[in-house]
Design a protein around this ligand. Structure first.
Ligand code: AMP
Length: 187
């Protein structure tokens, strides 16, 4: 931890409550919650060039390319509000992205402090995903997101465990209990 700043990654499957918990935790820690999914959705809503490039990929449940995500994240983490640290929600999602994040942090003279892994049983994930289904989400797209998560992102749990950064939190509890457990995990 450099100069009291805190760099945290939030890892977990779609439907684990990551987005909500990222906001709650960031408020408690006084660092920005940076959600790559939110950033991309905002770009699509604005009809920006970035939005046009990612819209189709997002709608299919697939991942945006590592190269494009590297640009997006590098720009965002260079902003002033990230100087005291940040909480990343939705990045990294692939092995290549973990490397990119390390490189970005290196350039900033910082390093990752914690990776919080929110674990939730599979059947609960499907139930939650169907509940919060967005207009254009079919069950197929939901299943595709879970498949992509299992193949591409779940291996990062072992990667960060080996790096000694992984903090496991049981996400199958009330919102307040999960937030409290996350705070405890990084104390
Ligand atoms: P999320 O809200 O985090 O589930 O993200 C919504 C969608 O944005 C994902 O299904 C991907 O298509 C895209 N996306 C968000 N973050 C990333 C990332 N780190 N790498 C690749 N694609 C991403």
């Amino acid at each position: 931890m450099a100069g009291g700043s805190l760099h945290v990654v939030l890892l977990g499957p779609p439907g684990s409550g990551k987005g909500t918990q990222a906001e709650r935790l960031a408020a408690k820690l006084s660092v920005p919650a940076i959600s790559t999914g939110e950033m991309l959705r905002a770009a699509v809503a604005q009809g920006s060039a970035l939005g046009a490039r990612v819209e189709g990929v997002m709608a299919s449940g697939q991942l945006v390319s590592d190269e494009l995500m590297a640009e997006v994240v590098q720009d965002r983490l260079a902003k002033d509000d990230c100087k005291g640290g940040f909480l990343l929600d939705g990045y990294p999602r692939t092995a290549a992205q973990t490397q990119t994040l390390d490189d970005i942090l290196d350039d900033l003279g910082e390093r990752l402090d914690h990776v919080i892994y929110l674990s939730v049983p599979e059947e609960e994930l499907v139930r939650r995903a169907l509940l919060r289904q967005r207009d254009d989400d079919t069950e197929e797209v939901i299943q595709e997101r879970l498949r992509v998560y299992r193949n591409e992102t779940e291996p990062l749990v072992a990667h960060y465990e080996q790096a000694g950064l992984l903090r496991r939190v049981d996400g199958d509890r009330s919102m307040d209990e999960v937030t409290a457990a996350m705070l405890e995990a990084i104390r």
